[in-house]
Design a protein. Structure first.
Length: 196
């Protein structure tokens, strides 16, 4: 069994196409301004310029996030959770980074850095045994990002574990009917309602 934590990446294809168009535009500038005659070389130079720009911006604007990811890869979950929460607060204070991440950071992810921070912090808390804190963060992620499949799936899993660990209140030798089982789930779940 692999000990590596799972990584989920979902791509916003519009943002990915924009990145290619941006590299193409930079290549045109290189062709015109610097009078490079070789189009593939101009495209390569543009891609290198774009990569360097995005790398510098990510190092500057998402330092907490990158540091937390490194800690997760080393299985230092408690410290990583704190770093992800610090990253969340930083992204709330500077929403323009998330809003323009496709341009500033070259990010083609469908998940915002705030959503990633909440879900990653919750994952880390679940790894150190703080299920309640993990559930609270996943619920917060669902309140802020109602379409978050990662938060919804993880929350269902944690709630199912919570239900399995709940004391069995049925009478001996009497099967639990579906209505009773669903009421146990509802009574132990604090899943948020989604308002549009």
């Amino acid at each position: 069994m692999s000990k590596k934590p799972p990584l989920i990446r979902s791509i916003n294809w519009f943002a990915a196409m924009f990145q290619l168009l941006l590299i193409g535009a930079i290549a045109l500038v290189i062709l015109r301004v610097f009078q490079v005659r070789d189009a593939p070389l101009a495209f390569l130079l543009a891609a290198v310029c774009h990569y360097i720009y995005c790398h510098l911006m990510r190092n500057w604007l998402t330092k907490e996030h990158r540091g937390a990811v490194k800690l997760v890869r080393k299985s230092i979950f408690a410290e990583a959770a704190n770093r992800f929460e610090a990253n969340y607060r930083a992204m709330v204070a500077r929403p323009w980074i998330d809003r323009f991440r496709w341009l500033l950071l070259g990010s083609a992810s469908t998940m915002s850095y705030r959503e990633m921070a909440l879900c990653n912090a919750a994952f880390c808390y679940s790894q150190v045994g703080d299920g309640e804190r993990a559930i609270n963060l996943y619920e917060q992620a669902l309140r802020e990002f109602p379409g978050s499949g990662l938060a919804a799936t993880s929350l269902r899993m944690l709630n199912s574990v919570r239900c399995q660990n709940a004391p069995d209140i049925r009478e001996p030798n009497k099967p639990v009917d579906a209505t009773a089982r669903s009421s146990i789930v509802e009574s132990t779940s604090t899943a948020p309602t989604h308002h549009l």
